[in-house]
Design a protein around this ligand. Structure first.
Ligand code: NIG
Ligand code: FE
Length: 412
């Protein structure tokens, strides 16, 4: 029996630590701080350090987990933007889009976000929990050990609280960490049709304080877009959210610009999407502390431009990459594959892509305890059966992890 409480796992051909990477701007692969032929020491769910085989202290009677094949270890992946709490399917929207209709046209005709709102309102909380857990498990098997999940398919007090409670209950039922975000300002619900200002008033006066009081989330998001909310509406809502102590993030510049400037001015943790951002928006965001979150899954789901990730980095920005997994614009939900594909179109280095789904994603969520393999960080780890980390993105998501650890526990 292991009486020191220490577990060593390895040997790893490469431990891709992501430690000490530049916080802003381009990152080259030789900055990845890779340690060769090491073991990772773990205690109480945390990383104790990286050691060579000969330095393992056998007198402390540790538990040794010896890997049989060449292996590479990375920090567990972090998906900083999803909408995986939902009911129903939007396969019909997808077919309509591919037959020529736009996302916004479909929304106007009763498809889009509001059709998921209808289906989610009808669903029981238990059904939502089941859906979250199914998707969380798929993410865990792919090495994603932390997931941000938004509400935003309820759009009234009862159903927004139902969604946020479902996320909280699912979090209690999985080893993964689920971080909830209130996206009650996703679109204007039918009850407030033509009265977006009044809906924002309702959110400001009733729902945001209620969610705070019930401690259901400490993050707030809004969709700034034609057909959703204007910059002015978002301004009052985010000011209120900030006053209440929420962290802020914005769905910005997906089809038209405006949201990114607002996000920067509000000191948002992240501005997500940015597919429509031009050079003016890129520079603004790159010069700020706000993390730009690229969502290649939405580009693939909608068949539209990728976020100008290369330009954001070249102008000194911070780039995270998330899946946006949702029933409408991004149904695939495969973070590693999407990040690899974004890399080929945007010419991102391995280091920039991997940072985007680890340390920069942690920054986007304001999580200081993960995303790096370093003493004192969570032992959330993903292990791939290869001797060369470059094989991971080269295989574009088809090289599957051999093991996934959450807080030091081997889950797969
Ligand atoms: O991030 N753009 C707004 N919200 C989601 C889509 C949600 C949906 O279509 O259900 C997005 O793409
Ligand atoms: Fe989204």
């Amino acid at each position: 029996m292991n009486n020191s409480g220490i577990t060593y796992i390895g040997p790893f051909s490469e431990i891709v630590t992501m430690d000490g990477l530049p916080a802003n701007g381009p990152i080259s692969d030789d900055q990845l701080n890779i340690i060769e032929d090491g073991f990772i020491a773990i205690k109480d769910g945390m990383i104790l350090g990286i050691v060579k085989r000969e330095s393992i202290n056998l007198h402390t009677n540790p538990e040794l987990h010896i890997l049989k094949e060449p292996s590479v270890c990375l920090p567990g992946f972090i998906d900083a933007h999803t909408h995986i709490c939902f009911a129903g399917s939007r396969a019909r929207d997808y077919a309509m889009r591919n037959a020529g209709k736009t996302y916004l046209e479909i929304a106007k005709e009763g498809g889009g976000i509001l059709s998921t709102v209808n289906q989610t309102r009808i669903a029981k909380k238990e059904e939502l929990i089941e859906g979250i857990l199914k998707r969380t498990r798929r993410h865990l098997e792919s090495g994603v050990t932390t997931i941000e999940i938004k509400s935003g398919y309820g759009l009234n007090s009862f159903d927004e609280l139902k969604m946020l409670t479902a996320i909280q209950d699912a979090n209690d039922a999985t080893k993964s960490d689920l971080i909830s975000t209130c996206l009650a300002a996703h679109t204007v619900p039918p009850e407030f049709k033509g009265k977006a200002d009044e809906y924002i008033q309702f959110l400001n006066n009733e729902l945001l304080p209620l969610i705070k009081e019930k401690e259901l989330s400490n993050r707030v998001d809004i969709f700034v877009e034609k057909g959703a909310f204007t910059v002015d509406q978002a301004w009052t809502y985010l000011l209120r959210a900030r006053d209440l102590g929420y962290d802020i993030t914005v769905h910005a510049d997906q089809f038209s610009t405006g949201g990114s400037k607002l996000a920067v001015e509000m000191g948002a943790l992240s501005a997500d999407h940015l597919e429509a951002s031009g050079i003016k928006e890129v520079k603004l965001i790159a010069e700020s502390e706000t993390v730009a979150v690229a969502l290649p899954g939405a580009s693939l789901g909608l068949g539209c431009n990728f976020t100008p990730a290369r330009s954001i980095l070249d102008h000194g920005g911070r780039l995270a990459i998330a899946s946006d997994w949702n029933p409408g614009s991004a149904p695939m939900g495969y973070l590693l594959m999407q990040a690899a594909i974004l890399g080929t179109f945007q010419k991102l280095t391995n280091a920039e892509i991997l940072a985007g789904i680890t340390v920069q994603a942690a920054n986007a969520l304001n999580l200081k305890d993960r995303g790096i393999i370093k003493s004192g960080f969570l032992a959330d780890l993903v292990i791939f059966p290869t001797h060369d980390y470059r094989e991971i993105l080269y295989k574009q998501g088809m090289l599957r992890p051999s093991h996934v650890l959450k807080r030091g526990e081997i889950l797969f």
